[in-house]
Write a protein that binds this ligand. Structure first.
Ligand SMILES: [Zn+2]
Length: 416
């Protein structure tokens, strides 16, 4: 390191001495020209440094092109100057090379900055994309016989969303297939879920619960039934916890949640009083210009088992348990629960949902799974799920501001 330092100092010293020897015999005019040339070179170097720094901050890309033209005009002056001083052969060569390098650098800088400017404009246009926020369908549950087809009409919201393209998928292609434009074709007996997802915003989707049944016999039975028909030879859903289970009444209220189940053969259908009260509720809402309709009422143990298993295919156990009840644990099996309108999260922001939250108890119903009570009820917010309790109890639960679990002092969690 020391040796290098000494030789470098020696070099600088010799260089200065040589330069001085060169300058001394020059005329005053030549000395002036050389001095101004050196000054210009220094300025040029400074400009280069400044440009490199600007390039690292692409926030002000517009300032650059003007500056670069200024630089190139200066470089041209420089090259003219260097041809003038051809007498100093060595120095002028160095200078011309410097000038060429400067020109090359300038050109490349201009190119890069223009690209940066172009990229910035593209990103600005992309920020104006309006994403799809929700999807509604003309139906959410459909029963088909093998070979039949159905096609829900899809509406993506908001109206002015940028990308309204759809992606369709099925949870079981053997039961029902789906075309690229949403045509459902029933293929085999069973149930599955057809999903439409927003291509522009894959977090947003809507689902149709498809039930496929065998087509009715095409020809009348030719032989008389010699033996009693074996009822429902279709594959039976797992009946594991059914035998010992009995319906649970607490304070005269039939309770079904994750803690309390119903036996598999509890099969009452939709309760007539519940249905009658619901019809009155629908009339009252209609009088205020609101449209409330029944989407799903009574569901049997078997039906619920199939729904649950379909969800299981999509989401796995943990998530499914927050979305769908296990067989025997669905309130729909009581015949006292009704799902209304579109069974989607977006229903929660409709005037119908607001009206229900405020008035359902006047007809004997409560919003069974309110917002923010998931840890108590075991289910996410379901603005569409009504539970019939009778006028008196519904009013009491409503004014208490509690969930049914809190009101009765019970839990809702699966045993295992
Ligand atoms: Zn429900």
């Amino acid at each position: 390191m020391g040796g290098g330092g000494i030789s470098a100092a020696f070099c600088v010293h010799t260089f200065i001495r040589e330069v001085m020897n060169m300058i001394r015999p020059m005329t005053h005019r030549q000395q002036l020209l050389l001095a101004s040339g050196c000054g210009l070179l220094f300025l040029l170097a400074m400009l280069l440094v400044w440009m490199f720094m600007l390039q690292k901050e692409p926030e002000e890309p517009k300032a650059l092109p003007a500056e670069t033209t200024a630089v190139s005009s200066e470089t041209s002056t420089e090259s003219i100057y260097s041809t003038e001083t051809t007498t100093q052969t060595e120095t002028s060569t160095v200078e011309t090379t410097a000038a060429t390098t400067v020109l090359t650098t300038v050109t490349s800088t201009t190119v890069t900055t223009t690209t940066t400017a172009a990229t910035t404009t593209t990103t600005t246009t992309q920020t104006e994309v309006i994403p799809v926020e929700s999807i509604t369908l003309t139906f959410y549950e459909v029963q088909l016989t093998i070979g039949e087809t159905a096609m829900p009409i899809v509406t993506m919201h908001p109206e002015n969303a940028s990308d309204k393209s759809e992606i369709w998928s099925t949870s079981d292609n053997n039961i029902a297939s789906i075309s690229g434009w949403g045509k459902i074709t029933a293929k085999a007996e069973g149930e599955c879920i057809i999903r439409v997802t927003s291509a522009g915003n894959p977090e947003v989707y809507a689902e149709v619960h498809v039930i496929v049944t065998a087509p009715p016999p095409t020809e009348p039975p030719t032989e008389p039934p010699t033996e009693p028909p074996t009822e429902a030879p279709v594959e039976e859903p797992p009946v594991t916890e059914a035998p010992a289970v009995q319906p649970t009444y607490i304070n005269g209220i039939l309770v079904v949640n994750k803690t309390y189940a119903l036996p598999a053969d509890y099969n009452p259908g939709l309760d007539p009083t519940c249905k009658a009260q619901f019809d009155i509720l629908v009339q009252a809402a209609a009088a205020e210009g609101l449209n409330i309709y029944l989407s799903s009422g009574f569901r049997s143990y078997d039906h619920q088992a199939r729904i649950y298993n379909n969800y299981l295919n999509w989401y796995g156990q943990e998530k499914t348990d927050t979305l769908s009840a296990r067989a025997g644990h669905s309130e729909h099996q009581t015949g006292l629960a009704i799902d209304v309108n579109t069974i989607t999260d977006s229903f929660g922001s409709t005037p119908e949902a607001a009206w229900l939250a405020e008035h359902a108890h006047e007809f004997g119903f409560i919003i069974r799974y309110p917002k923010g009570k998931e840890h108590i009820t075991g289910y996410k917010y379901e603005p569409w799920h009504l539970r019939y309790l009778g006028l008196e109890t519904a009013a009491a639960v409503y004014s208490s501001g509690l969930t049914l679990e809190e009101y009765l002092g019970i839990t809702s969690c699966y045993a295992e």
